[in-house]
Design a protein around this ligand. Sequence first.
Ligand SMILES: Cc1ncc(COP(=O)(O)O)c(C=O)c1O
Length: 364
Amino acid sequence: MILFNDFKKQYYFLRDEIDSAIKEVLESGWYILGSKVNKFEIEFADYLKSKYCVGVGNGFEAIQISLMALGIKRGDEVITTSHSAIATGLAIKAVGANPVFVDIDDYYHLDASKIKEKITKKTKAILPVHLYGQSVDIENIKKIAQKNNLYLIEDCAQAHGAEYNGKKLGTFGHAGCFSFYPTKNLAGFGDGGAIVTDNFELYEKSKMIRNYGQKNKYQHEICGLNSRLDELQAAILLVQLRHLEEYNEKRRQIAVQYFQLLRHIKQINLPKIRKRANHVYHLFVIEADKRDDLKVYLNKNNIPTMIHYPVPIHQQKCFSEFNKLNLPVLDKKISKILSLPVHPFLEQQDIIYICNKIGKFYED
Ligand SMILES: Cc1ncc(COP(=O)(O)O)c(C=O)c1O
């Protein structure tokens, strides 16, 4: 059976390592903010070539805490994209700031060429999302941030290990925010997240915020949250991190096959690859004519697909003040996008079957 994500296979692939990591934590008698979280923070920062890492509760709070630690607050504006998981927009709202949504480019990312016109006196930060596993136009976005004295916070929830110009994503801005939700390229078996930064002050402040704003025990200097990565997830993530490059390579191989087997189908557009970007294919997203019919057809043939995302953030009920916003590129693309299965355990025969069925749909 083809699955969109295969969590069980992921576990069985590493069962001995995961079981012994879990056992070690259980037997240690220490479950929150201990040696495993410390070790993971050091190893993940090393892997990305970042100075510091702070393990937190999830990807949403990684963004929220970064914004809080940078002092972004009520009335401030944060330039971002509407084409993302709801968490990106909600995290901005959670600190009382206002998201300013910019339309997307050909790679489904915040369009760098449309940022300048949105900058006002209230703008404090730019929050791009490396959506689907590929870098945004980070070079230009960074230049705009620097020129306008804005913070740059990267949402890397879909881009663990992805690079731009040989440099890992998450290390370009003031903070890189990661999620370790089970579907992610680097996945926990539960919720988890992390912030990476080269800035010591931001690191220290984020560590305080994740633990009730406490610097030393029972001394709360700021109003923080409870957002702690737990020892069990950290132990699992340490195992998974050692396999991340291998998983990403497997995803790239699957993408190569999709490109080869689907390139002749006129009714679909394949993902565009940004120059100098090393894509990690968190998702493989095509644009398809008659998308909804194709989705139903594939489903009938036991091929699960998804839409990331069917409703943009600015059109959600909880963002009602933005519902009338006009983002024409996003509007055009959203009715065509379709995410095909891509995960490290997808078999070659499955990829061939999926591509054959897509071809068959357009032949009939
Ligand atoms: C782009 C993006 N940002 C943020 C998040 C939030 O991460 P989490 O689900 O760990 O809170 C996700 C994951 O759902 C995501 O895909």
